[in-house]
Design a protein around this ligand. Structure first.
Ligand SMILES: *[C@@H]1O[C@H](CO)[C@@H](O)[C@H](O)[C@H]1NC(C)=O
Ligand SMILES: *[C@@H]1O[C@H](CO)[C@@H](O)[C@H](O)[C@H]1NC(C)=O
Length: 408
């Protein structure tokens, strides 16, 4: 049996079931959750038996199934557990499964123990969610308070007002898992944030930044240098996107890796790229510039680039051999080449590669620019503002750089 037991008293587990096939009241190492309709709880002797016997029993009798199961998830996450046994009827499984699918991810497993009790399969206990589970769950997360403060966006004054743009920070979202909290914007079935939470965070960001309800066009994260020019066939993988279509919101993720935003105010063309150390070496930044030039006739000297929050040379090291590749871009990219694990300045490497490709030095906003508000803070040094893979480990949250052409 899983260390977490969800007993569905809404669709099953009535006192009649209790007399037949229900599991014994488990030991105190099992965390028991009773999913209850309000009126049902009082009448159910079984609930009492569990409540009386085991030390770790929580009653889930919130206003809706969605909320009760959301509270279950919070409790499971708090315990750092991921496997749940659900005791219910066939009808209950049918009703609960869509909620669990919306609220949980592949990180979690649910084993069903199905009871067939004539009493519970009758209509008396139906509390069927109907088709709108997704909407119900979305509505629930929309009501959650923002965590860690207000939604905050950093902006570069190098990108003019005919574009909307920004770099997100980690505040004001609804993700409560410590390393994802709170404005995690990356949807991955391998993390504990379900899609619905990530989408709610994106909605809040969009409202704040002024692009709601437009969806984001997110680059894939392949750590290479392929670029998708929108309008052409979409490649399977790309770390950059370029477009001249007004209203399309391009976005690039980062959590140490750099979100890079490109804009040509003359031709009204934009690009976004994700550049980690591999993408930097493969030249993803200049691949964007080239796509803007060849795809849309941009002049390199008109293009401005904003380098988003990313890991600074203070906090980023590589193997000696990989660091050498950065030394060969410029010795300044590796301040301590003799160290066994040298520090690497991936931002400087991108600046130098862009300048070599013809981007004007003053058209690059990064941490060398000190007379303007910084958009290129170190993600690892600022836990209150940013997610960081090197700092937070595998279950890290992700911020975004985003950019669009205003209809003007
Ligand atoms: C549970 O405990 C309450 C109060 O202590 C008691 O009134 C009730 O009879 C008990 N129920 C069961 C099923 O043991
Ligand atoms: C989120 O991730 C899941 C699983 O990888 C995928 O099926 C789904 O399409 C993604 N949703 C969005 C909006 O990208």
């Amino acid at each position: 049996m899983s260390p977490v037991l969800l007993l569905d008293l809404v669709h099953g587990c009535c006192p009649t079931c209790a007399g037949s096939s229900l599991p014994d009241v488990p030991g105190s190492d099992v965390h028991v959750f009773l999913l209850c309709g309000k009126q049902y709880r009082a009448e159910n002797g079984l609930a009492d038996a569990f409540l009386n016997s085991s030390r770790s029993v929580q009653v889930l009798d919130f206003g809706s199934t969605a909320e009760s199961l959301y509270r279950l998830k919070q409790a499971v996450d708090q315990l750092d557990l991921s496997s749940v046994t659900v005791v219910t009827t066939p009808q209950g499984q049918k009703a609960l499964a869509p909620y669990l699918q919306q609220l949980f991810t592949d990180v979690y497993t649910f084993d069903y123990k199905i009871l067939t009790c004539p009493c519970c399969t009758g209509s008396a206990h139906t509390d069927s969610p109907g088709p709108g589970v997704r909407e119900e769950v979305s509505a629930l997360v929309q009501q959650l308070p923002g965590l860690r403060g207000e939604v905050t966006v950093l902006r570069s004054n190098l990108i003019p007002d005919c574009f909307g743009h920004g770099f997100s920070t980690r505040t004001g979202g609804v993700s409560y898992i410590p390393t994802l909290s709170s404005m995690n914007l990356f949807n991955s079935s391998k993390r504990r944030d379900p899609e619905v939470v990530v989408m709610e965070n994106r909605r809040r960001l969009a409202l704040h930044a002024g692009f709601h309800p437009k969806p984001l066009r997110l680059v894939k994260v392949n750590h290479a240098s392929d670029v998708w020019v929108m309008g052409e066939a979409e490649p399977e993988n790309y770390d950059g996107i370029v477009t001249n279509q007004p209203g399309v919101v391009l976005a690039a993720p980062g959590a140490d890796c750099m979100p890079l935003l490109f804009a040509d105010p003359v031709s009204k063309v934009i690009g976004a790229a994700h550049a980690g150390w591999r993408g930097t070496l493969m030249g993803v930044a200049m691949a964007i510039v080239k796509a803007m030039v060849t795809g849309f006739g941009c002049q390199v000297s008109n293009i401005v680039v904003a380098v988003g929050p990313s890991v600074g040379a203070c906090c980023f090291t590589l193997e000696k051999e990989q660091a050498l590749d950065f030394s060969s871009i410029h010795p300044d990219c590796v301040p301590d080449p003799e160290s066994s694990r040298p520090h690497v300045n991936i931002r400087l490497a991108n600046r130098l590669l862009l300048q070599k490709g013809g981007i004007l030095p003053e058209h690059i906003h990064d941490d060398t620019v000190t007379d303007q508000p910084s958009v290129t803070l170190c993600t690892s040094c600022h836990p209150e503002l940013f997610f960081s893979h090197v700092r937070d480990g595998a279950n890290f949250g992700v911020q975004l750089g985003f950019l669009w052409i205003r209809d003007c």
